[in-house]
Design a protein around this ligand. Sequence first.
Ligand SMILES: Cc1cc2nc3c(=O)[nH]c(=O)nc-3n(C[C@H](O)[C@H](O)[C@H](O)COP(=O)(O)O)c2cc1C
Length: 187
Amino acid sequence: MNEVLKNMEARHSVRAYTDRQVPAEELDLILRAATCAPNGMHLETWHFTAIQKAAILDELNEAIKGAFAKSNNPLLQERGHSTTYCCYYHAPTLIIVSNEPTQWWAGMDCACALENIFLAARSLGIGSCWINQLGQTCDDPDVRTLLTRLGIPANHKVYGCAALGYEPEGTPLKEKKVKEGTITIVR
Ligand SMILES: Cc1cc2nc3c(=O)[nH]c(=O)nc-3n(C[C@H](O)[C@H](O)[C@H](O)COP(=O)(O)O)c2cc1C
């Protein structure tokens, strides 16, 4: 297996992080990788907002919880009222990936960019996880006020986020198993 394929095998979702921050040069490399992703008609309407300030991440989590608390869904309500719920697992860095919802492929552009982020991070020894909660809540008025303050264009929706940071040492690795029937090859 070559190094690129090994890196793909090694990528996994990390849901616990140490306090160590992602260095600026590595964040730049990861953001550069994000912008190298394929995107429909090469319109590049996407935007990447990287947050490395713990107080802002906490404020964002509280706004998301506030939106969940207004929901009719009992699970979301429970998360909204929880004192311990943290949608980004206390990762030191979060990249918010947003796009104009005018093209039907806007979310696909963002998914391609997010996978580049995850793989670039893995290649640098940095753990990652897709964080979905802003996708559900970005149009809540309180969440939107904060997103606007952070520079996310008003005409953008959030399609996903990447939590980034270092996995605690000794975390056991999950073996990747592919569900039977997932692949068909016609020759
Ligand atoms: C569209 C999408 C949304 C996801 N949302 C979340 C999320 O909000 N929180 C989370 O912990 N993991 C989330 N994940 C990660 C998946 O749960 C994870 O990729 C899957 O369980 C496979 O595990 P692996 O990434 O370790 O291979 C998401 C993944 C995708 C592709």
